[in-house]
Design a protein around this ligand. Structure first.
Ligand SMILES: Cc1ncc(COP(=O)(O)O)c(C=O)c1O
Length: 508
């Protein structure tokens, strides 16, 4: 592709993306294709001769777009958001264009130094402990994902628990244990498997039934019993904003116990952590100054497209000691001077994209004010949504909702059957999602089927939240009418008379 061809097609692509965003609202949020439908639209083999770029956008429209679930849709309320924005797309495009590998300082000094500065900026914006800054003993780095962050935290923790340098240069022999709440993300278990200590090393902490936060008393019991049985506690993972319900663990108490037993304390604030750009929400990070490592994902809720996990450590030497291997072909004067960071030593892969560039374009475009407005808007919408749920006796809230995630269920009612209510909730969610008008996902909360309303798309406005609530409310009303018709006709052997749909109970 010549520079002229690149210019022409590049303009077409940017136009296509801009049009996509402008028309997004009219598309069904959840893809409606059947399994195999996209495969059927694609040739079975690659072209023998180059085809140019001409047909790509047309095929994108006809074959690919129908098979997309639109994560940037304003009515996307599933999982957690995955923000993409103009400035981050352009920053990422620049990174793709530059095509560099920033694994060593010397392979592109600007890639390393911009990343160091961006992570320090972000630490300031979130008011993270001074010890996490590059100017202190710690420092931040961009990881691919929060799953990578917990994996490298575990490897560093295992290395430290092994007494640092071992004969094998890795993890010493011993039975290492890891602790986290039953509400935590599955990446903690995955990290145990990848690191080779396996699921058997993982202890799930009980949670407080009211707050769904990990119970420090349970951690204390498990630590004491494990040590007595010859286990070596290596890592405790505290969740600030657990995936299912947004539960916030008591970081300080967990950290105090972890350190008493010589374990590393990692805080997984993948989704919620970025809310600390708002001063009034910084309480979520209470106790983080006692953490050995901390991660939050600008690629979830801070206007930056995937991938961009911000990961900080309090003692970078401990991380580097665990991960650094120096083959001859990577030796260079700058690294040997000890004056530079080589971020390859802070992560699993060697190669690394220039992801700091998109963080730079995002932070410059929005400024601290813009970031705060983004978070505050969603938190306010979630509080309003929760008030509608609370005011409707057909539903019940299942978890605290201080941020932008609201977890709720169809109410079991006085003396009602929770299984029936959960069945109704499951059906309701399937119908709402099949409508294409909103997309929500679910979890289990203390045995109940819970619907999660995660507000965080950049394009979401109050009218989208209102419409989603109306959809949920109306569909439950229709289901209730259909159920009572079926019950009446079973009882009388005839068609039941029409009855009015139950009042939606929605407050505007
Ligand atoms: C609390 C928490 N931790 C970790 C993850 C995994 O995130 P990633 O996709 O960045 O690995 C998630 C994803 O939703 C999460 O909510």
């Amino acid at each position: 592709m010549t520079p002229e061809e690149f210019r022409r097609h590049g303009r077409e692509v940017i136009d296509w993306i801009a049009d996509y965003y402008q028309g997004l609202e009219s598309l069904p949020v959840l893809s409606q294709v059947a399994p195999g439908e996209v495969l059927d639209g694609l040739p079975a083999g690659p072209p023998e001769r180059g085809q140019g770029f001409e047909g790509v956008l047309a095929d994108l429209e006809s074959v690919i777009v129908p098979g997309l679930t639109h994560w940037q849709h304003p009515s996307f309320f599933a999982f957690f958001p995955a923000n993409a924005t103009g400035p981050s797309i352009l920053g990422d495009l620049l990174a793709s264009g530059l095509g560099l590998q920033g694994m060593l300082w010397t392979t592109s000094p600007a890639a390393t130094e911009l990343e160091t500065r961006m992570l320090d900026w972000l630490a300031q914006l979130l008011d993270l402990p001074a010890g996490f800054r590059s100017t202190a003993a710690g420092g931040g780095v961009i990881q691919h994902s929060a799953s990578d962050a917990v994996l490298v935290a575990l490897v560093a923790a295992l290395h430290r628990a092994s007494g640092g340098a071992t004969e094998t240069g890795g993890v010493g022999t011993g039975r290492f244990s890891v602790y986290t709440s039953g509400q935590s993300h599955s990446s903690v278990e995955k990290a145990c498997r990848i690191a080779g200590i396996g699921t058997a090393a993982l202890r799930k902490l009980d949670v407080d039934p009211a707050t769904l936060a990990a119970r420090p008393e349970h951690l204390a019991e498990l630590l004491a019993a494990d040590v007595a049985a010859g286990w070596m506690p290596a890592l405790v993972v505290a969740s600030v904003g657990a995936t299912g319900t947004g539960a916030l663990d008591p970081v300080s108490e967990l950290a105090e116990l972890a350190h008493r037993y010589g374990a590393w304390l990692h805080v997984d604030a993948a989704w919620a952590g970025v809310a600390a750009v708002c001063e009034e929400l910084r309480w979520i990070n209470a106790g983080v100054e006692q953490a050995d490592s901390y991660c939050t994902n600008p690629h979830k809720w801070l206007l930056t497209n995937f991938d961009c996990t911000a990961f900080w450590v309090a003692d970078r030497a401990a991380l580097i000691a665990a991960l650094s291997i120096l083959p001859e072909y990577l030796r260079n004067t700058a690294s040997e001077s000890g004056e530079v960071f080589d971020y390859r030593d802070w992560q699993v892969p060697l190669g690394r994209r220039f992801r700091a560039l998109k963080l730079w374009t995002v932070l410059r475009w929005y400024g601290a004010e813009g970031l705060r407005a983004h978070i505050r808007g969603h938190v306010a919408l979630a509080q309003e949504f929760a008030s509608w749920v609370a005011a409707d006796p057909r539903f019940e809230l299942l978890a605290p909702h201080p941020l932008s995630l609201v977890t709720f269920a169809v109410a079991a009612g006085a003396g009602g059957d929770a299984d029936d209510a959960d069945h109704a909730g499951r059906r309701l969610l399937a119908e709402v999602n099949a409508s294409g008008r909103a997309y929500l996902t679910h979890t289990q909360v203390l045995g109940r089927f819970a619907i999660r309303m995660a507000i965080g798309s950049v394009l979401t406005e109050r009218r989208h939240v209102r419409a989603a609530w109306q959809e949920i409310s109306d569909r439950l009303a229709e289901a209730t009418v259909a159920d009572s018709r079926a019950t009446n006709s079973r009882a009388t052997g005839s068609d039941a008379p029409d009855s009015d749909a139950a009042d939606s109970g929605a407050a505007d």
